[in-house]
Write a protein that binds this ligand. Structure first.
Ligand code: ZN
Length: 170
């Protein structure tokens, strides 16, 4: 496995609607494993394939590892099959937009259908932080980032803070 470079917004590859993964080959499993290692190294709780330059419908997630119990999950061709009417707002960070967070309102429960790392179809409900995370990662597969959820004035302020953060790093 290897750690891959993570693209930073506004890289144009973060604004692309990604292609379906036609089958979960060994090559796709290797990519998913590299993405997981990259996510842990970042460190983060979710990472989508376009964030490492692969314009494919794949993301990895582990919402509990920072609390001590790793539970990696691999999502090929994920689809939201159902969502609650109730919304929840989380302060979301993004490995491609380091240094800032965005308050994003999303359904607080979603049912996701996907193909797992073994090529088997799976479905499950996610709620709370995990629900926000799967929707955040799925947004990446549709070329959408947290900033695209913000009101124009909030977006301007957030982008300014992000640019200041990046400037301070150089
Ligand atoms: Zn992100």
């Amino acid at each position: 496995m290897s750690v891959l470079p993570i693209l930073c917004w506004p890289d144009p590859r973060l604004s692309v609607v990604c292609d379906a993964v036609s089958s979960v080959t060994a090559e796709m499993q290797d990519l998913a494993d590299d993405m997981l290692e990259t996510m842990y190294a970042a460190p983060g709780r979710g990472l989508a394939a376009p964030q490492v330059g692969h314009l494919l419908r794949l993301f990895v997630m582990d919402v509990t590892w920072k609390e001590g119990a790793p539970a990696p999950q691999f999502f090929f061709n994920p689809v939201i099959a159902d969502a609650s009417d109730t919304m929840a707002t989380h302060s979301e960070g993004c490995l491609s937009i380091p240094g800032v967070t965005a308050e994003v309102a999303r359904p607080d429960r979603v049912r996701l259908t996907w193909t797992d790392r073994a090529g088997v179809t799976d479905t499950a409900w996610f709620e709370g932080f995990a629900a926000a995370c799967v929707q955040h990662e799925l947004d990446h597969l549709n070329g959408r980032v947290t900033l695209d959820h913000l009101e124009p004035s909030v977006r301007v302020r957030t982008v300014e803070a992000y640019e200041a953060y990046k400037e301070a790093l150089t």
